[in-house]
Structure formats: structure tokens, C-alpha cells
Design a protein around this ligand. Structure first.
Ligand code: ZN
Length: 234
């Protein structure tokens, strides 16, 4: 799989794959992503970024996890790039995806099962979008359309079924949940929530770091989603 592959070394990343120009560019993006992770998570993340030549090779590397249609996937200390999905992204999109995946590497998302999907994915998107300069309406366009159409926010924080059935809305809702915690309680509280959830599970982590139950957080998140995506009289 790696015959003739190029290798580029950044400060925090080693990128292996092809073509050479993409590999060199990814080393720059990965270092920038690692610094973005450090600014939020508290320390930079070191990772190997693998860029196989074909989507089939990416799927083989990722198995039993699925990389199809994701552009990239984080494992333990590594990120696998799906060549066709990644090629469709803009430069800004590539940075966001890579920073998202490096956040997963930093938090050990592939090896810790106890943190709920909305917090895992929302936190990775929080770090990924933080320096993007993109407005909320652009990042959460699909969820905004759904909220405007139905006149209400989703009833519950997105779970695994939502991520499978309606990925854009699930990711956007998860991102807004983490953005709400960072805006309402401070970014350090968001990081503390994640670290506590790794140690003691979500319910205790919410109580210890935010003083909230999951029902209270859900109510606040729903109000925040409405205010951010469909402002106006209720
Ligand atoms: Zn993710």
C-alpha cells in the first residue's frame, strides 16, 4: 500500500501517502490543527496522518471502523484520509476536518467508549470550527432549515441513531451543544466537562462541572438552538 509513498514531517505530525504535494500540504494543516487542539485541550497532539491512494485502501486501514463518506477518520494516534472525500473539500474545509480528527486523537475518542456521541463529535467540531470565522448560520445550515420548517428545536441531544440517520443535523446540533457550554460556562468548563466525562461518565460530569442534569442541559440547548438558528418570537 505504501510503495512509492511520500513522507512529510511537521512539528507534531508525520504524513505518509501520495501524491507528494498533498502530503506536504497536509503536514502544514496538521501542525496548524495540532496547535488549535492545544489552545483548547491544553496540549498539542502528535499523530500519524495516512493518505492512501484509493478509497478501498482507506477502508481497509480503517476497518472495522468505517471511513466511507467521512473524508477522514481518527484512530488511536492516527488519522486516515479518504482520498475522494478529502479531495472534494475546500482548503478551509480540509483544515476543519483535520483539526476535528486531531481533536479525536487528543481525547482518545477511538479508545474511550463512555462519552456520548454528541459530546465527542460536538467537541471535535467546536475545536475544528473555532478559528474558521464561519457564521453559525453557515456551519449549522441543515439544522437551521429543519428548525425553521418545524418551528422547534430537536427534542433531544443527538444520539447514535441521529448521527446515522441525519448526519448533518446531528453534527450541527452537537456542535451547538458544545458551543453553548463554552459560551455559557466558559471554554475551560467545556474541556473540564469532557475530561470529567472520560473519568466518571456524563451524568456525574455534568453535575460536577456545570451543576446541571442532562434534562436541564437539553432544555437550555433547545433554547440556544432556537435563539441561534430561528431568532424571533417563540
Ligand atoms: Zn468526528
Amino acid at each position: 500500500m505504501w510503495t512509492g509513498a511520500s513522507v512529510a514531517r511537521g512539528e507534531h505530525a508525520v504524513v505518509v501517502g501520495r501524491p507528494e504535494a498533498l502530503v506536504a500540504g497536509l503536514a502544514v494543516l496538521a501542525d496548524r490543527g495540532s496547535r488549535a487542539v492545544a489552545r483548547v485541550w491544553g496540549r498539542p497532539v502528535d499523530a500519524v496522518v495516512l493518505v492512501p491512494a484509493t478509497d478501498a485502501d482507506a477502508a481497509a486501514l480503517a476497518a472495522p471502523a468505517r471511513v466511507e463518506g467521512l473524508a477522514a477518520l481518527a484512530g488511536a494516534a492516527r488519522v486516515i484520509v479518504e482520498p475522494s472525500g478529502f479531495a472534494r473539500l475546500s482548503r478551509a474545509g480540509r483544515q476543519i476536518v483535520l483539526t476535528h480528527e486531531l481533536t479525536h486523537v487528543a481525547t482518545g475518542a477511538a479508545v474511550h467508549a463512555g462519552v456520548p456521541a454528541w459530546l465527542v463529535e460536538g467537541f471535535a467540531d467546536y475545536v475544528g470550527y473555532k478559528d474558521s470565522g464561519l457564521p453559525v448560520a453557515a456551519v449549522a445550515a441543515e439544522l437551521a432549515a429543519a428548525v425553521r420548517a418545524s418551528g422547534r428545536a430537536p427534542a433531544a441531544l443527538p444520539g447514535p441513531d441521529d448521527f446515522a440517520a441525519r448526519p448533518p443535523e446531528a453534527y450541527e446540533g452537537a456542535w451547538l451543544a458544545c458551543r453553548y457550554v463554552a459560551e455559557g460556562f466558559g471554554e475551560r468548563a467545556l474541556v473540564a466537562l469532557y475530561r470529567a466525562a472520560l473519568r466518571e461518565g456524563l451524568d456525574r460530569a455534568l453535575r460536577d462541572t456545570l451543576g446541571l442534569t442532562i434534562s436541564e442541559l437539553t432544555l437550555r440547548w433547545r433554547a440556544y438552538v432556537r435563539a441561534e438558528l430561528a431568532p424571533g418570537p417563540p
